[in-house]
Design a protein around this ligand. Structure first.
Ligand code: ASP
Ligand code: MG
Length: 410
């Protein structure tokens, strides 16, 4: 008998029919004698609907009140799911974040969990109940309702699993696991049996949005066994286990997956003097404008002049150009500021890179053979990322998937 936290995403609870199916699945696990804490999201589309209601009233809603509204989607699904479980003959009881209590800081709309009181859940589990807890929401020390940021119910589930020292946290979604890359782009993409937390973080932050990134960080930190599974198959498959360490016995592929992100934009500040403080003078104002910078490259200087390039999310491109043109260009006497909002990023991810040389070289050769020009490169211990013209994104991902043997079953 195990203690398992199961999280069901918005599509998995998107209708009363689907909620009944979730209840049947939970009932099967319960019948095997497991203790279960179930965390549903709001019904799919519901949180968006709630947020747009708020924006119809107020273009920039008060954050505390926005959380009061946005958190209600999950209150509906916990009640409905508990009823559906009772219809299956399973004892069940629902709790909001505040009832549990899931204590957070007071950063409305992006709150962080500080502590979870497990006593009530523990007592119910001992008494044979399935405990159904609202995802995405918590309560601050002053009793205000908070939410954890979009996709936050993943983090709720992981945090509950950590607090309860659960044997496993299962995330049920519309896909049956984590894939080597997006199967919509590469039909040969395969489900991975395991992936490490580090790899998953790279994959997630690079745009493979299976899990909220914070939930993966949390799981890595508290060593929660995390499994991604499909809620649409009658009998769940093995899914993908996200592990906190590599199994040394396992012969891992050098590359675990390929991530990509098309929402990128590149900016180059041309002809800036190469002296101390220039990087700060360029990126300081960008940071103050709350624009996240990703890759940064500074070229070798010629006659004490250099070019400085970086990437931002495409949605912040116009704002970044504006900041540079107004606050930076004349200040540092840059020759020109150029931008390209039609770029994308493609990255190879794999812990196997630590022990295998030549990954970057093979990547560059593969791209060259397809005639794809590389505009920027960045690397970490377990990642090689390139910025290329967005029109070559799919071609690049397919070619790399093949070149690194990901098309073949391992
Ligand atoms: N319902 C929330 C959202 O849509 C939380 C979640 O689904 O994880 O962002
Ligand atoms: Mg989600």
């Amino acid at each position: 008998m195990a203690l398992i936290v199961q999280k069901f995403g918005g599509t998995s609870v998107g209708s009363t029919e689907r909620i009944k199916n979730v209840a049947k699945r939970v009932a099967r696990w319960r019948a095997q004698g497991h203790q279960l804490v179930v965390v549903p999201s709001a019904m799919s589309g519901e949180t968006n609907r709630l947020i747009s209601l708020a924006k119809e009233i107020s273009p920039q809603p008060d954050p505390r009140e926005l959380d009061v509204v946005a958190s209600t989607g999950e209150q509906v699904t916990i009640g409905l799911l508990s009823m559906a479980l009772m219809e299956q003959g399973v004892k069940a009881k629902s709790y909001t974040g505040a009832q549990v209590k899931v204590l957070t800081d007071s950063a409305f709309t992006t709150a962080r969990i500080e502590r979870i009181d497990e006593n009530r859940m523990r007592a119910d589990l001992e008494a044979g109940f399935v405990v159904v807890v609202a995802g995405f929401q918590g309560v601050d020390a002053a009793g205000n309702i908070t939410t954890l940021g979009r996709g936050g119910s993943d983090t709720s589930a992981v945090a509950l699993a950590a607090a309860l020292k659960a044997d496993e946290c299962q995330i049920y979604t519309a896909v049956d696991g984590v894939y080597t890359t997006d199967p919509r782009i590469v039909p040969e993409a395969r489900r991975l049996d395991t992936i490490t937390f580090e790899e998953m973080l790279e994959m997630a932050s690079l745009g493979s949005k299976v899990l909220q990134i914070r939930s993966v960080e949390f799981a890595g930190k508290y060593k929660v066994k995390l499994r991604v599974l499909s809620s649409f198959e009658d009998k769940e498959g093995p899914g993908t286990l996200i592990t906190y360490e590599e199994d040394p016995k396992m012969e891992k592929a050098v590359i675990s997956g390929i991530a990509f992100n098309h929402d990128e934009a590149k900016i180059t500040v041309m002809g800036v003097p190469d002296r101390p403080g220039v990087a700060y003078q360029i990126l300081g104002p960008i940071g103050e404008a709350n624009i996240d910078v990703d890759m940064i490259i500074q070229n070798a200087s010629v006659d004490n002049m250099t070019d400085f390039s970086f990437t931002v999310n495409r949605s912040e491109y116009a704002k970044a150009m504006d900041v540079l043109n107004k606050q930076v260009k004349s200040h540092i006497k840059a020759a020109d500021i150029r931008g390209d909002a039609k770029v994308c990023k493609v990255s190879l991810v794999g812990v196997g890179m630590r022990t295998h040389a030549g990954v970057a070289g093979k990547m560059f050769r593969t791209l060259a053979e397809e005639g794809i020009n590389i505009q920027m490169i960045s690397t970490s211990e377990i990642k090689v990322a390139v910025v290329i013209d967005e029109k070559y994104m799919e071609l690049a991902v397919r070619a790399l998937h093949k070149a690194f043997g990901l098309d073949q079953p391992q």
